[in-house]
Design a protein around this ligand. Structure first.
Ligand code: AMP
Ligand code: ZN
Length: 113
């Protein structure tokens, strides 16, 4: 998608502090971290939000979630991490290209704010 920040990051048109990349996925550190460790994982394919994940995307998003666990472990937060998908502005989504937040390194409260 032309005017999408995370598509531009996926294409390398805007720099990001990357921690993982393959043909389908990209992980990069959040520019405004909400925990000592806070990174995002995106599919390179533009999907607007979790509600827009199609049946054809199921394997891709499953792989993305598996990668979250692997990267959490590799980055020292394997014992406890929070995964968040915000869906829609009312839920706090600000970038409309699906992304999984991975947060760790501090105790996590419940319910979330
Ligand atoms: P959300 O509010 O769920 O849409 O999350 C969007 C996230 O993207 C926020 O945590 C932002 O801090 C993060 N973000 C926005 N721009 C960038 C960027 N250029 N590089 C890294 N993270 C970003
Ligand atoms: Zn996009």
């Amino acid at each position: 998608m032309n005017d999408c920040l995370f598509c531009k990051i996926a294409k390398g048109e805007i720099p990001a502090n990357k921690l993982y990349e393959d043909d389908d996925l990209l992980a990069f550190w959040d520019i405004s971290p909400q925990a000592p460790k806070h990174f995002l994982i995106i599919p390179k394919k533009h999907i607007k939000d979790p509600a827009s994940v199609g049946a054809d995307d199921a394997a891709l998003i499953g792989t993305l979630i598996r990668k979250a666990g692997e990267l959490a472990a590799e980055n020292g937060i394997g014992n406890g991490f929070r995964l968040v998908f915000n869906n829609g502005a009312e839920a706090g989504q600000t970038v409309f290209h699906i992304h999984l937040h991975v947060l760790g390194g501090r105790p996590m409260a419940w319910p979330p704010g």
